[in-house]
Design a protein around this ligand. Structure first.
Ligand SMILES: Cc1cc2nc3c(=O)[nH]c(=O)nc-3n(C[C@H](O)[C@H](O)[C@H](O)COP(=O)(O)O)c2cc1C
Length: 349
């Protein structure tokens, strides 16, 4: 049993948020039901709403409330339901508030430093947790949260460079495969967190993410002081995952040689399966953008190589020609469809 600031997990496992729409209420609720922490990705979830083009903000907020409530209901009171809110999202504050109103137990936030997160979430309302790639970012966040809000993270996700989606590493480090490993970063992060844990009066659990696959991986990082692990790519191969079967099949068929490090319009590198869209962008430098959803704080459609929202929504629907299929480095281990319970059971202690 892992108690995080009064909230309990019976399995020290988090399911990483996966946008756009790969982890919604179905997956998050199934993970929570097994006693772990499920996570609804809030990135552009409103795309199925008929008003998404006319009113993307309203459509997103309605859908977030719906998916969080669905996850809470599916959880049957077990585990915890988190939301993943990317700091780069334009409606950041509104999304955090809508998620809490719908019953989220935790707000997990990365893709930038969530310096103002405590101002959006009252102490005791929900757990707050940054996703960091290194010890320095964690220190900066903790210092600011302590100084400005007298608050501290309830837990921290340490995401290494083997993760899928956007990555908090330099493109060159990723291409040359010489990023610091989670095992190297973790002791430094635990050291940086110590004074803040003392000031807080309780531990700040760290969950390691990025290339964590099985129980042996979890045992290794937990032996170094992590409180648990976060998995994302492995959950794509589950019946409960909210992506289309075509998305799941593409990842099941892909091997590590099919992966590419891309430069995302979000301004960060990312890892994805090589696809016709990426080939066209490589060839032509740009894919025409016919419509802008104004979803990101910093995205200029006149210079962006393609519209990331459209590309991720197309992938979710299984459109191989036009989709952007994010994946973690461990894609070659994803070989069959399983149930969420099969994965979570492996991490029970
Ligand atoms: C398809 C996909 C989409 C993702 N989308 C997001 C996202 O929207 N926000 C985020 O913080 N992380 C995102 N991630 C990162 C995961 O939450 C997670 O931390 C990471 O992938 C863990 O590594 P693993 O996939 O090797 O288990 C995504 C990962 C994948 C594979």
């Amino acid at each position: 049993m892992l108690n995080i600031h009064g909230k309990e997990l019976t399995v020290p496992l988090l399911q990483g948020g996966m946008g756009v729409g790969v982890s919604l209420g179905g997956l998050a609720g199934a993970v929570a039901r097994e006693g772990a922490m499920g996570c609804v990705s809030t990135a552009d979830v409103g795309f199925y709403d008929p008003d998404f083009r006319k009113d993307p903000d309203g459509a997103n907020l309605r859908k977030i409330e719906h998916e969080v409530a669905k996850a809470v209901e599916l959880s049957e009171g077990n585990g915890l339901v988190a939301v993943n809110v990317m700091f780069a999202t334009k409606l950041y504050g509104e999304i955090v508030r809508a998620s809490i109103a719908a019953g989220a137990d935790a707000v997990v936030s990365g893709a930038g430093l969530p310096m103002e997160l405590p101002s959006l979430v009252e102490e005791g309302e929900a757990l707050i947790a940054p996703i960091v790639s290194g010890a320095r970012a964690a220190k900066l966040i903790c210092k600011q949260w302590q100084r400005k809000y007298k608050r501290f993270p309830d837990f921290v996700v340490l995401e290494g460079c083997k993760a899928g989606g956007h990555l908090g590493f330099k493109r060159e480090e990723l291409l040359e495969d010489n990023c610091e490993s989670i095992e190297e970063t973790l002791p430094k992060l635990l050291e940086e967190l110590k004074p803040f844990e003392e000031a807080k009066g309780t531990a700040i659990p760290v969950f390691c993410a990025g290339g964590i696959w099985d129980r042996a991986d979890a045992d290794r990082v937990m032996g170094l002081g992590a409180s648990g692990v976060q998995l994302a790519t492995r959950f794509i191969g589950t019946y409960e995952c909210d992506a289309s079967q075509e998305y799941k099949d593409k990842l099941i068929q892909a091997g590590s040689g099919d992966l590419r490090i891309i430069q995302s319009p979000v301004g960060m590198p990312g890892r994805a399966v090589n696809s016709p869209l990426l080939e066209r962008v490589k060839e032509n430098g740009k894919e025409p953008i016919t419509y802008c959803y104004h979803c990101l704080k910093a995205c200029n459609p006149s210079v962006a190589p393609y519209c990331i929202t459209k590309a991720l929504v197309d992938a979710l629907k299984g459109d191989w020609e036009n989709g952007l299929f994010f994946s973690g480095a461990n894609v070659d281990k994803l070989t069959e469809m399983v149930h969420v319970k099969d994965i979570v059971d492996e991490f029970r202690r």
